[in-house]
Design a protein around this ligand. Structure first.
Ligand SMILES: CC(=O)N[C@H]1[C@@H](OP(=O)(O)OP(=O)(O)OC[C@H]2O[C@@H](n3ccc(=O)[nH]c3=O)[C@H](O)[C@@H]2O)O[C@H](CO)[C@@H](O)[C@@H]1O
Ligand SMILES: C=C(OP(=O)(O)O)C(=O)O
Length: 435
């Protein structure tokens, strides 16, 4: 179990280049299975989850070449479907959440797709019904082996159809789209997820020869084609990482510039941090955050009632930033209710923040009320264990603002989604060691 030792209470300063987006990378990497032609992908983040998926693709027979620090080529012209029947695949496939998205492309191109129960954050129930109901709608037969949590879908030829998803699942929509692009006829997916990473996937598939309309909306219309070809793709910057850097800057009263953020793809993120009282300046495509020497004040609603920050499917606010918003609120002036609607086990990490002196009431598993300290009392350093990726980075931000030296164990959770986080933090003045 890896550990970070952090000496908190220091102001940081400098520029940060965000990494390529983790959750986009997981979709895009699965899409390389859709064609025998070469695909070049740039801005791939060097993080544990993505590297696990790249290894899994290699074991499936994808020819992979690293052509630059964050760029690879992929060629899926000799796929070894037998690997899907092996015990090793059960281990590899369950190592991350994103592996679920190999099923759609494999089903679309080879007529069968299998996956063990995927891994990822333990943040509540993470059902897969939307994915498999979508494949069944396209004509696939489905089986699930309860003994070893193994899912399978098979079809001679998928047939396009109309479907209304039971929820706007992000990976579910990506999976169904990747199957439907090679189905016969027209598939309409209503209540589709429409976040920027999904838009990126659809645009990439269209460059490969697919015919997807309605990109960016919650209704995707896909005319199936017989085959797809190669393309070049560049990943967007990671909006969750960008939000994490904004939170870090505010909590440590640091002046930071986050470079090349693709501002127009950030949706509600700048607004939500602005509601917490954080000043963000748009400078070209960069975000400049001045040092918040006098703190930051949470805005109430216009009728004076207390602000609630809640998650919702895109274009709502992403659930992946709520833990970060929560930690930032602990030092604000004012109060806020954090409502995590999607996941029921994601707020339990607040116990650690309470140990550090934060004023938080966990009302129920989904809601926490935070009463900010306005920096009148600093958080106290402590020893903690990172339960999931976003709680992990939130605890790291708390530790960097706290008085004294904190220790965070199980930092593998943070490494799942943040590239070289310790060296990038050190470059802007943080006192952090991997021990
Ligand atoms: C690898 C990847 O891309 N992971 C992301 C993806 O996970 P993932 O695709 O697994 O998440 P889903 O979009 O399927 O759903 C997340 C949770 O929200 C619930 N839900 C979803 C849609 C909806 O309309 N109503 C609703 O309540 C689901 O029941 C589930 O509990 O999207 C999540 C939601 O943005 C993010 O937290 C994850 O980081
Ligand atoms: C929940 C997350 O990831 P995953 O879906 O990969 O577990 C996340 O990135 O915050």
């Amino acid at each position: 179990m890896g550990t970070f030792k952090i000496e908190g209470g220091h102001q940081l300063k400098g520029e940060i280049q965000p990494q390529g987006a983790k959750n986009e990378a997981l979709q895009i990497l699965c899409a390389v299975l859709l064609t025998p032609d070469k695909i070049t992908i740039h801005n791939i983040p060097d993080i544990v989850d993505v590297n696990k998926l790249i290894k899994l693709l290699a074991k499936l027979g994808v020819k992979i070449e690293k052509i630059d620090t964050n760029a690879y080529t992929f060629q899926s012209d000799e796929i070894d479907l037998e690997y899907l029947e092996t015990e090793q695949f059960k281990i590899d496939g369950s190592g991350l959440r994103g592996s679920i998205m190999i099923v759609g492309p494999l089903l679309g191109r080879f007529g069968k797709g299998y996956i063990p129960k995927p891994g990822g954050d333990k943040i509540g129930r993470r059902r897969l019904d939307t994915h498999f109901e979508g494949f069944i709608n396209l004509g696939a037969s489905f089986r699930y082996n309860r003994e070893d949590y193994f899912y399978g879908v098979e079809a001679e030829k998928l047939k396009g159809t109309y479907m209304l998803l039971d929820e706007a699942s992000v990976t579910g929509t990506a999976n169904i789209v990747m199957a439907a692009v090679l189905a016969e006829g027209t598939t309409t997916i209503y209540n589709a997820a429409c976040e920027p990473y999904l838009q990126q996937l659809c645009k990439m598939l269209n460059r490969m020869g697919a015919n997807i309309k309605g990109i960016g909306s919650n209704m995707l219309i896909i005319e199936g084609v017989d085959s797809l070809g190669g393309t070049d793709h560049r990943m967007l910057p990671d909006m969750i990482e960008i939000g994490s850097w904004i939170g870090l800057a505010a909590m440590t009263k640091s002046e930071l510039t986050i470079k090349n953020v693709s501002w127009d793809d950030l949706g509600q993120i700048p607004n939500v941090f602005a509601k917490l009282g954080i000043t963000l300046e748009r400078q070209g495509d960069d975000i400049y955050i001045p040092a918040h020497t006098n703190g930051y004040e949470i805005q109430n609603y216009i009728d004076g009632s207390i602000l609630t920050i809640a998650d919702a499917p895109w274009p709502g606010f992403t659930p992946d930033l709520l833990s970060i918003v929560l930690v930032v609120a602990t030092q604000a002036r004012g109060e806020v209710v954090i409502h995590q609607k999607m996941f029921e086990s994601r707020l339990f990490f607040v116990d650690k923040l309470i140990d550090m002196g934060a004023k938080i009431i966990l009302c129920d598993p989904h809601r926490a009320t935070v009463i900010g300290h306005d920096f009148k009392s600093q958080l106290k350093a402590t020893t903690m264990v990172s339960p999931d990726i976003r709680a992990g980075i939130s605890l790291l931000i708390a530790a960097l603002s706290a008085k004294g030296t904190s220790v965070i164990h199980n930092i593998e959770q943070i490494d799942r989604g943040y590239e070289n986080i310790d060296s990038r933090l050190k470059a802007i003045g943080a006192k952090i060691e991997r021990v």
